[in-house]
Design a protein around this ligand. Structure first.
Ligand code: NDP
Ligand code: MG
Length: 382
């Protein structure tokens, strides 16, 4: 199988390449293209090791530096969104792993779908911002869409336990993040270093902050809504502190089927690469005696407002998820630059959503325009 890894320098991208290594001798996976934004030294290392035909760098001056650094190899270095779309659509890949962070992953992922490639989807923001158009393109092209987000991979696996019409609800698990159990007052003045300390997962900065605000779970509710064609009200978020149960589904006979494994993103990445087969994994096995207990709780949506806001945006539909997602991306970037307080992330998202109407039936171009407009307006401080 030929794979193009969009975002190969990130947390998911690097683990995906480790999965390729782990599967050596069991499944033949050729990495035909990789991409990054600024981490040129890691891209160079990956080019030398995996020998992809293409590498794309979104930033043009970084692309120039990489071109010089790998001039002695066969790798063609492309740049900008055009370059990303080229490696998504024209690198000869059978499967494209969409693991760029944020809205920037949307257009390249759509290009991959239109070129008829199967998609392993880590980038949840693309599905949140353009859910209907994304799913319509998948259906029209008849390509496979394999969820890499651990919860959605768990739901996908659990759904094999019954028929689609027998599903009654999805139980989407959440770790609760580093601030689980805190009151609003206890969140005043929390620093990014605290928010970046996730109890169970090591991930990129943006998703780690989203996990601390519970926006990550909000994005995942909308992701599940599109992936599995369920109503938002039929998706219940359950805090599962130990991150062992990665999500569950309840069927009409009240039987609940779950997928369990230790917290490792290599599991869903490998499953996407090998589906419909299961192949041996280098991950450790779950030892229930060592874990001893699994705990469950309700999320506190009054304190962690982002979860409620994302659901609201999903229910309003139209452009509202795009507005919500763009506002969140900018707010998180501002928090990471120490420009705003932790609690202001939800405030910015809410205020921005309040200033838009949920227009329906928009095109990808209009979604991109609205995304840009929201970003500019928040950066200007409106
Ligand atoms: P990282 O921040 O670790 O990596 C992001 C990747 O995207 C890097 O390769 C980065 O390049 C590239 N990138 C960043 N900005 C741009 C841009 N403007 N244009 C093109 N490429 C860009 O993120 P993660 O790997 O943590 O997350 C990736 C996606 O997967 C996110 O959507 C996240 O929500 C989702 N996800 C992640 C999980 C995890 O465990 N990490 C779990 C489930 C989902 P460079 O390194 O050169 O800057
Ligand atoms: Mg997840």
């Amino acid at each position: 199988m030929k794979v193009s890894v969009l975002g190969s320098t990130g947390s998911i991208g690097t683990q995906a390449l480790e999965v390729v290594d782990d599967l050596k001798g069991i499944k033949d996976i050729e990495v035909v293209a990789i991409s990054g934004n600024s981490n040129i030294s890691l891209l160079e290392e990956q080019i030398r090791k995996y020998k992809p035909e293409y590498a794309a760098v979104s930033d043009k001056s970084s692309a120039d530096k990489l071109r010089i650094a790998v001039a002695d190899t066969e790798c063609k270095v492309l740049s900008g969104q055009e370059g990303l779309c080229h490696i998504a659509a024209e690198s000869g890949a059978d499967m494209v792993l969409s693991s760029i962070v944020g809205f920037a992953g949307l257009v390249p992922t759509i290009c991959a779908i239109e070129a008829g490639c199967d998609i392993a989807l880590a980038n949840k923001e693309t599905l949140v911002t353009a859910g209907k158009l994304f799913m319509d393109a998948i259906a029209e092209k008849g390509v496979r869409l394999l969820p890499v987000d651990s919860e959605h991979c768990a739901i996908f696996q659990s759904l094999h336990g019954g028929k689609p019409k027998e599903l009654s609800k999805i139980l989407l698990t959440a770790s609760g993040g580093p601030f689980f159990g805190r009151t609003r007052d206890e969140l005043v003045g929390v620093k990014k270093e605290q928010a970046l300390k996730h109890p169970n997962w090591s991930m990129g900065a943006k998703i780690t902050i989203d996990s601390a605000t519970l926006m990550n779970k909000g994005l995942e509710v909308l992701e599940a809504r599109w992936l599995f064609d369920v109503d938002i009200d039929d998706i219940e978020v359950v805090v599962q502190r130990e991150s062992i149960i990665h999500s569950m589904v309840e069927f009409c006979d009240k039987s609940v089927i779950a997928q369990l494994s230790l917290p490792s993103m290599k599991h869903p990445i490998q499953y996407a690469f090998t589906y419909p087969d299961r192949l041996p994994s280098k991950d450790d096995r779950v030892s229930f005696a060592d874990i001893a207990k699994l705990t469950f709780a309700k999320p506190d949506e009054d304190t962690f407002r982002c979860l409620a806001l994302a659901k609201k945006a999903g229910k309003m539909g139209g452009i509202m998820p795009t507005v919500m997602n763009a506002a969140n991306e900018v707010a998180v970037a501002k928090f990471l630059r120490d420009e705003i307080e932790f609690l202001e992330i939800a405030e910015i998202v809410e205020k921005t959503m309040d200033s838009y109407k949920a227009e329906k039936n928009v095109s990808i171009e209009q979604i991109a325009e609205i995304d840009k407009e929201v970003r500019q307006s928040i950066e200007r401080g409106n």
